[in-house]
Design a protein around this ligand. Structure first.
Ligand SMILES: [Zn+2]
Ligand SMILES: [Zn+2]
Length: 408
């Protein structure tokens, strides 16, 4: 340890800029200072114990970082009317990468599939609504694995799926084929239908209700038509196995890029999935609330600099292991990386202006963060006092010094 190496152990609030600048300037005088600073709100939980070093320290360099050597793709399931094409390739370390080519489902014409000859399901229960019928229940229907919803009932079009239709039922629904007469899909319609593997939303559907496909743990692909104009909150949340999101290119409201669902008007990424690549061409500015939360493994996440803000809960309870947030990003919202227990390393840009409450709460594996600005820039930033509460002890490496965060 050199003679100009100063260490201060101070109880400070990360948001207390004045106190920080004071301790930082004391550190520059050549003495070791022990000090106590209380938080602005006085809460013990809101304190950060920081050991500050003004001498630049560099983050650990991982000697020989493993890069997966992936072999050729092998087809593990061939495509059919009720099955996506599934592919896999693997690395010698055991890592397996999967990909999905979505099926277009049955090609229904006059009640018969032109591909496989299957006919519309019989015996379903309908209720009359404005403009036709709404599918309201399974009724006496025997097709409880692969359901084909008829286009007409009693000579009138089937226009909707009732709220909570098949949510949490005992049915082992593997696929549901929706008719082109459909206009809306209600709330929680297929919520937690654990065996559903794909969904094709036909042209004509305008609204997909909130939670419609929430928690469909085996859902691999979502294909949206040109007419979809309204997608409710968490419509595709908690779909751990989702790997393919597509939207018809002529849809004026939404588009898909890099397996991300994006709302055009607000440039908001509303739903991501496995293997999503966040577009960096300026077509997305905001990562929306819960866009990637409750997702499975995204080992390495790069947030491009064309993103301005990461919304609340965006990556909450995801299995992300390392995050690089590129220069340009300005804010990280409340609980954005809440409970990311696999998260080890984070790179934060100097462009960052704000880290909100519990953004990195309970990130128990965090080892270090690299902040691409100076110590002074860090302390000028608006950082919530509990931004990294209940996590591990980790180091933040700035360009001209480092400090540890230890906030239990
Ligand atoms: Zn590997
Ligand atoms: Zn078919």
């Amino acid at each position: 340890m050199s003679t100009n190496h100063h260490t201060i152990t101070a109880k400070i609030a990360a948001t207390t800029l004045a106190a920080m600048l004071l301790t930082a300037s004391l550190a520059g005088c050549g003495n070791t200072v022990e000090g106590e600073r209380t938080t602005h709100d006085g809460g013990a939980a809101g304190t950060t114990t920081a050991a500050i070093t003004t001498r630049p320290q560099t983050p650990p360099v991982e000697a020989d970082p493993h890069v997966h050597q992936l072999g050729d793709w092998a087809i593990t399931a061939e495509m059919s009317c009720t099955q996506n094409r599934l592919l896999e390739c693997s690395c010698a370390c055991g890592y397996v990468e999967k990909a999905v080519v979505p099926t277009e489902g049955h090609q229904m014409k006059d009640g018969v599939c032109t591909e496989c000859g299957r006919t519309e399901s019989q015996g379903l229960r309908f209720v009359e609504v404005e403009g036709g019928y709404e599918l309201a229940g399974i009724g006496a229907c025997k097709d409880q694995v692969n359901l084909i919803v008829p286009a007409y009932h009693n000579g009138k079009p089937v226009v909707g799926l009732a709220d909570d239709l098949f949510a949490l039922t005992e049915m082992r629904l593997n696929s549901i084929t929706l008719p082109e007469t459909l206009i809306y899909i209600g709330k929680n319609v297929l919520s937690q239908c654990f065996d559903l593997t794909y969904v094709v939303i036909p042209d004509g559907v305008i609204r997909i209700g909130e939670g419609a496909f929430n928690g469909c743990a085996e859902l691999q692909s979502v294909s949206l038509s040109a007419s979809v104009a309204e997608i409710g909150v968490d419509a595709f949340g908690g779909c751990y196995n989702l790997r393919s999101i597509t939207v018809d290119e002529s849809n004026p409201t939404y588009f898909a890029a890099g397996n991300c669902l994006i709302k055009r008007s607000t440039k908001t990424l509303v739903q991501g999935c496995h293997g999503s690549v966040i577009p960096d061409d300026g077509s997305v500015n905001v990562i929306g609330e819960n866009a990637f939360s409750f997702d499975g493994v995204i080992e390495q996440l790069t947030v491009p600099g064309s993103i301005l803000s990461i919304s609340a809960e965006a990556f909450m309870i995801s299995d992300v292991q390392s995050v690089k947030i590129s220069d340009g990003v300005r804010s990280i919202g409340t609980k954005a990386f809440w409970h990311c227990r696999e998260l080890r390393t984070v790179t934060l840009p100097a462009s960052l202006e704000k880290i909100e409450s519990e953004a990195f709460f309970y990130c128990k594996s965090l080892e270090y963060m690299i902040y691409e600005g100076t110590m002074e820039q860090w302390y000028r930033m608006e950082v919530a006092y509990d931004w990294a509460a209940n996590g591990s002890e980790f180091t933040v490496y700035c360009t001209d010094g480092s400090f540890t965060v230890n906030n239990y």
